[in-house]
Design a protein around this ligand. Structure first.
Ligand SMILES: [Zn+2]
Length: 252
């Protein structure tokens, strides 16, 4: 790969976010795509420009679009849309030499993106970082789904763990690994995947120690706001806690 066609780190992070979005994106329905602001927030980016679209462009969107164009890959950046117009920016069509609003082409690129193997182009997991916590539930899912879960872990769950300094929100425990790094796990309160179909958002993720993670996965305990240690910038959605208590928790 020449330096001209290498994807930079910000482009890789955005790519990972979009690849995680692909399974739930329906090519004919841009409502299921991702908004500029949402993508911007989920990557934890500082706002560099007045508009989120412009800010995101400067922090990965443009480099990812150019990379897909130069290397002949599906134009996956069409997944990023303006939530009010439900359209990607004009530049998306222009870059690929398309007429503005070429819906048929756009839809086809998203179809292609869904079946393309993006894995070799995703960021490599740094070894000392916490092993990806794959929820115990759903371990029978297809390998592909597991892969997307791990990608999610690198982006959002890691953010939650960092916000809590890797301390369990239930007991405050943190594990110090031999290399000095801190270890905790992230749990989706309303689990991802069927039959629960919980969302992959900060409000649905808690940072927990492995013991509490297992208790939650197996429905061995309830979970309430008052049980949870808070952190600046992270709050749990009441509806996800209620979902856990009603549908995941099993009374002995
Ligand atoms: Zn704990």
């Amino acid at each position: 790969m020449s330096s001209l066609t290498a994807l930079d780190a910000q482009g890789q992070r955005l790519l990972a976010l979009l690849v995680a979005k692909l399974p739930s994106a329906r090519p004919a329905n841009p409502q299921t795509f991702i908004g500029y602001k949402e993508a911007h927030d989920r990557l934890g980016l500082p706002q560099l420009r007045e508009k989120f679209g412009e800010s995101l462009k400067a922090q990965g969107l443009l480099s990812l679009a150019e990379w897909t164009h130069e290397t002949g890959k599906p134009a996956i950046t069409g997944l990023v849309i303006d939530r009010s117009s439900l359209m990607p920016g004009k530049g998306y069509f222009e870059l690929f030499g398309r007429q503005p609003e070429d819906f048929a082409w756009w839809r086809e690129e998203i179809e292609k993106s869904k079946s393309f193997d993006w894995l070799p182009f995703l960021p490599q997991e740094p070894v000392p970082e916490s092993p990806a916590a794959v929820d115990i539930e759903g371990s029978t899912d297809r390998a592909e789904v597991t892969t997307y879960r791990i990608i999610r872990d690198t982006l959002l769950a890691r953010r939650v763990k960092q916000l809590h300094n890797y301390e369990c929100q239930l007991c405050g425990h943190t594990i110090i690994l031999p290399d000095g790094s801190r270890y905790a796990e992230a749990h989706h309160v309303q689990p991802l995947g069927a039959p629960h179909n919980g969302p992959d958002i900060l409000e649905n993720i808690v940072c927990v120690c492995p013991n509490h993670h297992a208790e939650l996965d197996y429905g061995a305990r309830t979970l309430n706001q008052t049980d949870l240690r808070p952190a600046e910038g992270h709050s749990l959605g009441g509806r996800y806690l209620a979902y856990h208590n009603t549908n995941v928790h099993k009374a002995p």
